[in-house]
Design a protein around this ligand. Structure first.
Ligand code: NAD
Ligand code: UDP
Length: 320
């Protein structure tokens, strides 16, 4: 009998790509999502498959799944700053109560649980690049604290179950990842810039654009997660692309890529926006033999093709 895996956040960006990957590897996949930031369109191609089931459920409430489970991937959580500023309590709950529910389910099913943590556990980092040993610099009561602290608590709770109950757990610290199926208006920088370019609007750079990020293409991220799940390592592992770029240079790259002649305009930098971010991926390289393969140019082209394929009506929708 093939292995069975539960993926929470299945209708979201990363969750839907993970569903595809595990289906492709011959797993039976149970997707779970409450659709608060996700979209069934991302997984509608899976509904006809016998190996795929979907539960519409909020994982912050008790989670029940009938039958055996070999693995659980907990990816449910708002992930974009504008989402978690809009729904702060749900964000705190899914990272804390949701994780607790899934830890309980994993105990009950004797399943291995992998949780989606984030580079945000490093906050506005004082160490660069960020290795797993860095403890972070998070403003607990700032607007981003609802996400960062939920994820930090999620890691602590997961390690406690691992140490106290001997549960098999894995923790991936995901750095900015992009690709097809990101929500066009989720406010993250890539959909924001691409949406603006496609609508003929100016590109909005926050602050002076000197802050940096390092963008990882989704296929590379999924490969890293797949390898980590099947490793025997229970400490956190950074998965991301170490090629760092300032947001201003990135905006210029997007203007070039999209072949538009949009202007770049400057807006206020959001509070606690991290100044620099780049993963140290030595652990992933050594432990998993993993490193990203997709250049930013190639990944951005694929992503732009996706956004271009959206209907005019979808492009017109704006959430902020
Ligand atoms: P996303 O918003 O596209 O997907 C999240 C999914 O979780 C959505 O489908 C949403 O409806 C669902 N969800 C949220 N709360 C839920 C709840 N209480 N119950 C059930 N479903 C719920 O975001 P994403 O980029 O795919 O992120 C997925 C995971 O990866 C998140 O945990 C996020 O914190 C983590 N992550 C992502 C990135 C990135 O760059 N994409 C970086 C770091 C961490
Ligand atoms: N950003 C920007 N313009 C936008 C959206 C985002 O300049 O329209 C900046 C944002 O301030 C941050 C960077 O781009 O410095 C990445 O933002 P995103 O929301 O994608 O992710 P995160 O801050 O969580 O890394």
């Amino acid at each position: 009998m093939s292995k069975r895996i539960l993926i929470t956040g299945a209708a979201g960006f990363l969750g839907s790509h993970l569903c595809d990957r595990f289906i492709g590897e011959g797993y039976r996949v149970v997707g779970m999502d409450n659709l608060i930031t996700g979209d069934l369109k991302n997984i509608e191609h899976l509904f006809a498959l016998e190996q795929f089931e979907f539960y519409h459920h909020d994982v912050s409430n008790f989670v029940h799944v009938a039958g055996e489970l070999d693995y659980i991937l907990h990816f449910a959580s708002p992930a974009s700053p504008i989402d978690y500023l809009k729904i702060p309590i749900q964000t705190l709950k899914v990272g804390s109560l949701g994780t607790h529910n899934l830890l309980g389910l994993a105990m009950n099913k004797n399943a291995r649980l992998l949780i989606a943590s984030t580079s945000e556990v490093y906050g506005d980092p004082l160490v660069h690049p960020q290795s797993e040993e860095y403890y972070g610099n998070v403003n607990t009561i700032g607007p981003r604290g609802v996400y960062d602290e939920a994820k930090r608590f999620q890691e602590s709770m997961t390690m406690a179950y691992h140490r106290f109950h001997g549960l098999e757990t894995r923790i991936v610290r995901i750095f900015n990842t992009y690709g097809p199926r990101m929500r066009l208006n989720d406010g993250r920088v890539i959909p924001a810039f691409m949406g603006q370019a496609l609508r003929g609007e100016d590109l909005t750079v926050f602050g002076d654009g000197s802050q940096t990020r390092s963008f990882c293409f989704v296929d590379d991220q999924v490969e890293g997660i797949y390898r980590l799940l099947h490793s025997d390592y229970s400490d956190p592992v950074n998965i991301g692309n170490p090629h760092e770029i300032t947001i201003l240079d990135f905006a210029k790259e997007i203007v070039k890529l999209t072949g538009t002649d949009q202007k770049i305009i400057f807006k206020d930098l959001p509070q606690d926006d991290p100044l620099r971010r780049r993963p140290d991926i030595s652990v992933a390289k050594q432990l998993l033999g993993w490193e990203p393969k997709t250049s930013r140019e190639e990944g951005m082209k694929k992503t732009f093709e996706y956004f271009k394929s959206l209907s005019k009506e979808e492009l017109g929708k704006r959430e902020h």
